[in-house]
Design a protein around this ligand. Structure first.
Ligand SMILES: [Zn+2]
Length: 109
């Protein structure tokens, strides 16, 4: 349950950042150009920080179960970020059997 809260929190941070970007974009016509540029830069930095926070929180929330051998493992951060994924699976190489498959996500308790 705690992990679900963390995941939801990261989604909220991402959405708030997206809203900031959209608001600053809509103000473009009413502000001097310097202020508009500053707003876009600030909201972009906020979005990048929120994205990194969301990735780190999601990465720490659980581990993966190999589809071939059934072993649970924690992937490296690089493999986690670069792996193709759906909502519940991620394409990873299992450290036990060295096979690549769509491993199922298991939340830690
Ligand atoms: Zn395996």
């Amino acid at each position: 349950m705690k992990d679900l809260t963390i995941i939801l929190l990261s989604v909220c941070i991402l959405l708030i950042s997206l809203i900031l970007i959209m608001i600053s974009g809509s103000l473009f016509a009413f502000l001097p150009i310097d202020w508009s540029i500053l707003l876009v830069v600030l909201s972009s930095i906020t979005f990048i920080i929120a994205l990194i926070a969301a990735i780190l929180m999601d990465y720490s929330a659980g581990d993966y179960e190999c589809k071939k051998c059934g072993q649970r493992f924690k992937p490296t951060l690089g493999a986690y970020v670069l792996g193709a994924h759906t909502l519940t699976t991620r394409y990873l190489k299992c450290p036990h059997c060295k096979e690549k498959s769509f491993c199922k996500r298991k939340l830690s308790e």
